[in-house]
Design a binder for this molecule. Structure first.
Ligand SMILES: [Zn+2]
Length: 204
């Protein structure tokens, strides 16, 4: 079964899609990828599902149906149904039907998949972007199974020890006020210099 595939490159998740070969399939997948750039995350609308790394892949299946692959940020994240609806609306609006959406849980989503652009948008919005939970920049994209063993410990260590920069003034004089903020994905922090409270998107 041959299929063309548009997906982020291994090194730069924000890389523009490469147009794959094929009579029409590559072009349709590329157009779908572009159309989905505008789909916002329901919980943090300043970032898109591409910025967060939720949108994994757009594939042209052998039967002529576009297959959109998404990975939920947290298992049971209630926003996924809304995201799927938004994806369908965007593809229909762009005239790209038929399509189907496939959810994949492995490898598990990690905050390391948030793109540089996504991190910048979070900061502008007043949310401190997550620290890396992989083994440094190079280890951030290790195999999912290996990372899944590593992350819980790293996440605990990050919460206990890591310094979180204030998204407004950049100060590292910050303190955690609560382990959970507006959503379970975030912790509530306060800057000791500018006194502003802010959400920290926890590494996961
Ligand atoms: Zn500050």
């Amino acid at each position: 079964m041959s299929a063309v595939s548009i997906r982020p490159g291994p090194k730069d998740l924000a890389a523009p899609p490469v147009q794959a070969c094929g009579p029409d399939g590559g072009d349709r997948a590329a157009r779908a990828w572009a159309a989905l750039q505008a789909v916002p995350d329901p919980e943090i609308p300043v970032v898109s599902i591409q910025d967060l790394g939720i949108l994994r892949e757009v594939t042209m299946a052998g039967d002529g149906t576009l297959e959109v692959v998404i990975t939920p940020t947290y298992s049971g994240c209630p926003a996924m149904a809304e995201i799927a609806e938004d994806i369908g609306r965007a593809l229909d609006a762009a005239g790209l039907a038929p399509w189907r959406i496939r959810t994949t849980l492995a490898p598990a989503w990690t905050t390391d998949w948030i793109t540089a652009e996504g991190r910048a948008k979070l900061r502008q919005y007043g949310i401190a972007p997550p620290g890396r939970c992989g083994e440094g920049e190079g280890g951030a994209r290790t195999a999912g199974a290996k990372r899944m063993q590593f992350v819980p410990h790293a996440a605990r260590a990050a919460a206990a020890l890591d310094l979180v920069a204030c998204p407004r003034c950049g100060s590292l004089h910050t303190e955690q006020l609560a382990r959970f903020a507006s959503t379970a994905c975030k912790a509530l922090y306060r800057c000791r210099d500018c006194r502003e409270p802010f959400d920290y998107f926890k590494p996961y």
